[in-house]
Design a protein around this ligand. Structure first.
Ligand SMILES: Nc1ncnc2c1ncn2[C@@H]1O[C@H](COP(=O)(O)OP(=O)(O)OP(=O)(O)O)[C@@H](O)[C@H]1O
Ligand SMILES: [Mg+2]
Length: 565
């Protein structure tokens, strides 16, 4: 890459800065203005020259032009030799390189004289433009190249005065030579600037792309007042739903009230010490939970400029994994306890059930009240037994019974089984079943998973609604299963608790709060994951990913299952 010189700074006006201070802090790359074509460029310079009255000689083939061109051609070698010797010395070019220099100049004079003869021949400018973009012109200061061009004019002038001393055309030939030289110098100057502009624009583009592809939210902040004046694409995507663009706000204004003082202090520390950092902060987002982040700030100085770069690392994925870990540890502990209790209670429970049965048989003529009480006792005992079964299912180490389970078939059967219940509850079921590999899980467990998720969904839609059960292949040899409803939804503050055993919002007798614990334990025992997204008043979606049974082939969904119940 060529060296960049002072004047190029002005060229940056043409292109958006990578951290521009527009409303969104950027302009798309596609809006970058196209470079002028060579014809546009030549036309523009011609126009300036004409308007300033510098074009004394028309741009068409004339006898005078032919005469000057013929002279240049005739003196081409001499011109190039004198030029190479003078310029070579001035620019300290080595002896060995002088002949190459002279050869280059001979070729340049040939191209130039073709243009002098016929101004429509612009090969000389094609070559100059090319060289300005990374060629030899780009490798040296422009003043060096321009003085060497003035030298050519000087040498040709001397030769004209020597050989055409007595020609009446001499003054006109010299004037035409000057006109051709001015034109050339103006074009070369524009080519220089244009090439540097392009180089800068390319550098900016590279810089912008590298910032945009950084796996973090980046802001450029004014060290004086903490106001953000640029952001990268990740920031725009992550905070797209913010009430207003972060650009123009003070850095701390992006944080919840309680964190602002800490961020202000951190910012001041950055400006005095050069860098700072803080963990466990949050960035506010409109209509979304605050984004958990770590913040690192650095003061960048270059020349007289200072800017603070703020880098936010998104912690939501880490938090999700931590939550899953805590959840599974909690489940494991409760599971052991539950298994112990369930085991201990099962035997006395069986004895009580038998006793109730005997009592009903032994009583000769029970009164209606006694009969009613016996009935209640039996129904409630059945409920206790169901809870015990759930507890055992929840605590069972299902690894041993993992097998290939065809989810599409299981969903078809479950929906058929629950058809009446769904209809009575005013729920329309839609099964969106795709061709998926069987998953590796406990079949009985997966039945529980479907029953629990569907029951919860129906209970969340007291006025009826739509239940959607979906299967789909996922990346990384996993099978996706999701159950969605259009029900009441789950408030954000409850989302973290719904998988806890015995957590229920249902009235006593309606729910034990074990359904989702069982679901969680079956899924994690099978090596899968479960996530929930919910919008209050609009519904919830439970999304499960399970490892596929790789030894099996994908199962087509049963045709009956496609339409749903
Ligand atoms: N689809 C859903 N929509 C709204 N809230 C839900 C949904 N699924 C679960 N919940 C909430 O999560 C809580 C826990 O669910 P879970 O299935 O574990 O227990 P439960 O349904 O209350 O009782 P059980 O399933 O033991 O009969 C529910 O009480 C409810 O508040
Ligand atoms: Mg439930």
């Amino acid at each position: 890459m060529g060296k960049v010189y002072g004047f190029c700074g002005a060229a940056t006006n043409h292109y958006p800065s990578p951290m521009a201070d527009g409303p969104s802090g950027r302009e798309p790359a596609a809006e970058r203005p196209a470079l002028p074509t060579l014809q546009e460029h030549l036309g523009r310079v011609q126009e300036y020259l004409r308007s300033c009255g510098f074009l004394a000689f028309p741009a068409s083939e004339t006898p005078l032009r032919q005469k000057l061109a013929a002279f240049m051609e005739e003196h081409r070698d001499e011109t190039a030799r004198i030029w190479a010797e003078t310029v070579g010395r001035a620019f300290r070019i080595s002896e060995e390189d002088l002949c190459f220099l002279a050869q280059d100049m001979r070729e340049a004079v040939v191209r130039w004289l073709a243009h002098v003869r016929n101004p429509d021949d612009v090969e000389t400018y094609e070559a100059l433009r090319e060289h300005a973009r990374g060629g030899f012109i780009a490798r040296h200061p422009p003043s060096r190249f321009l003085t060497s061009q003035l030298k050519i004019r000087h040498i040709l002038g001397d030769l004209l005065r020597r050989d055409k001393r007595d020609s009446p055309d001499l003054p006109e030939l010299l004037a035409l030579l000057d006109q051709a030289l001015w034109e050339r110098v103006l074009h070369i100057t524009d080519f220089f600037v244009e090439a540097r502009e392009q180089e800068l624009a390319d550098q900016h583009e590279r810089y912008r792309r590298s910032l945009d592809s950084a796996p973090a939210i980046l802001f450029m902040v004014d060290p004086e007042d903490g106001v953000i004046n640029g952001s990268n694409l990740v920031a725009e995507r992550q905070l797209a739903s913010a009430m207003r663009s972060p650009v123009g706000s003070a850095l701390w204004e992006l944080h919840p009230e309680g964190e602002r003082d800490a961020v202000r202090t951190l910012f001041r520390e950055t400006v005095t010490r050069g860098s700072a950092g803080k963990e466990n902060l949050h960035l506010e987002r409109a209509s979304k939970d605050p984004l958990p982040v770590d913040l690192r700030t650095t003061l960048i100085t270059y020349g007289d400029n200072r800017i603070v770069q703020a880098m936010y690392v998104d912690l939501s994925e880490r938090r999700r994994l931590e939550f899953q870990l805590i959840q599974s540890e909690k489940m494991a502990a409760i599971g052991q306890l539950a298994a112990g209790i369930a085991h201990e209670i099962r035997n006395p429970l069986g004895i009580i059930m038998n006793a109730l049965y005997d009592l009903a048989e032994l009583l000769p003529e029970p009164t209606p009240e006694v009969r009613e009480d016996l009935h209640i006792a039996r129904v409630e005992m059945a409920r206790v037994q169901e809870i015990i079964n759930n507890l055992l299912e929840f605590s069972r180490d299902s690894q041993t019974e993992v097998q290939a389970v065809d989810l599409n078939v299981l969903i078809g059967r479950t929906l058929k089984l629950m058809n009446k219940y769904l209809q009575n509850s005013g729920v329309r079921a839609r099964a969106e079943l795709h061709s998926v590999m069987p998953c590796r899980a406990s079949e009985n467990g997966m039945r529980q998973v479907l029953l629990n998720l569907i029951t919860n969904a129906v209970q969340a839609m007291p006025e009826g609604g739509e239940l959607r059960v979906r299967t789909e292949p996922l990346d990384g040899d996993r099978v996706g299963l999701s159950v969605s409803d259009t029900g009441v939804g789950i408030p954000p503050e409850r989302l973290g608790r719904i998988f806890d055993p015995f957590y229920t919002t249902k009235s006593p007798g309606e729910g034990t709060g074990l359904g989702l614990s069982v679901v969680h334990s079956v899924i994690t025992n099978a090596g899968g994951t479960i996530e929930v997204t919910s919008h209050q008043g609009h519904g919830s979606t439970f999304s499960i990913a399970l490892p596929a049974e790789l030894e099996a082939s994908p199962h087509e969904p049963p045709s009956a299952g496609r339409e749903g119940a």
